[in-house]
Write a protein that binds this ligand. Sequence first.
Ligand code: NAD
Ligand code: TYD
Length: 354
Amino acid sequence: MAEGKQLLVTGGAGFIGSHLVRLLVKKYPDVQIWNLDALTYAGNLENLRDVENAPNLHFIKGDITDAAFLSDLFSRQSFDGIIHLAAESHVDRSITGPLAFVQTNVIGTVQLLEAARRQWADNLEGKRFYHVSTDEVYGSLGETGFFTEETAYDPRSPYSASKASSDHFVRAYFHTYGLPVIISNCSNNYGPFQFPEKLLPLMIHNIRQRKPLPVYGDGKYTRDWLWVIDHVEAIDTIYHKGVTGETYNIGGQNEWKNIDLVHLLCKTMDRLLDRPEGDSASLITFVKDRPGHDRRYAIDAEKLQRELGWTPKVQMAEGLEETARWYLDNEEWLHHVTSGEYQQYFQKQYGSRG
Ligand code: NAD
Ligand code: TYD
């Protein structure tokens, strides 16, 4: 990335965004990184404490659905590129409150596209709008097969429908206005700083507190897991080397049935907590299934590997242990994010078991 460039990252205080901001701030000291985040329940500046004083990092608190705010920001500051991650990201929340997902993921994305289109109207040279999306837009697979970049969209949860819609708008801005966009669709991420409503941090949190581990349905739902730093390295690669207008799938070639993954985590936690083997697994509780639960996701990331040379580096056993250790070592972080609104969410989602 050239010296003196201005790069806007949205959602940089969230899980994946904070890992991306950390990578960019360290790797490109001559690029100014503007982290725009509304700091919803999922956004936390503590995620960036180690780089908060970096001279090339600037935080802007703001909401991407607020057209007046974006217009003011874009009139004061020019951007050479935008990497857009800000979103409502949890499927279970989208089931209880879909409108927030339409608001941020659809309207917010279009507001951001508009702001970029207006600012770059006279000169698109060297500009790039990178939209970070999910494999969930492709729907659900049976026992075999993989999602490729050509797989037809078939979203089935309000979350995936809102992300699919935002992907369509991003492509529409490329075809209609020539906006230099690029999209990636990634599988399930795991690692430090993930909000403990998602499977792995939720299970780690509950194991530590000896609370039930709620496995939805028969537990045989399958996800392809990717170490979060592998994901942000892929984003960096695609941002710099990807072809405008293209889509790249990102995945870990690392499929796990939920119940098998929870068992592996239980074993890891027993070891780390010095508990007898089988102790954590005894907490596993099968609970009512998620409505519209997608059976299996699996990504074919061959295009990204072949064209841009990216491959995942971290194996599951290693990444899972590092994740578990991180949560055990960062009790204060966990305490901060699980106070307040989190308690109400848990009560609603899991009843008194949270
Ligand atoms: P996250 O929920 O941890 O973080 C989202 C961030 O966006 C938070 O910091 C939040 O404060 C911010 N935000 C939310 N609404 C906003 C608004 N209206 N204006 C400004 N900021 C707002 O999410 P994540 O897991 O880090 O996901 C980041 C992106 O990556 C999302 O677009 C998601 O769809 C995508 N993605 C996530 C995964 C995954 O496994 N987590 C996989 C593939 C793609
Ligand atoms: P999640 O982390 O919410 O990611 P996504 O739904 O985006 O894939 O869930 C991962 C898998 O784990 C999914 O199949 C749902 C399941 N799950 C449970 O079985 N129990 C839970 O408490 C949660 C949060 C998820």
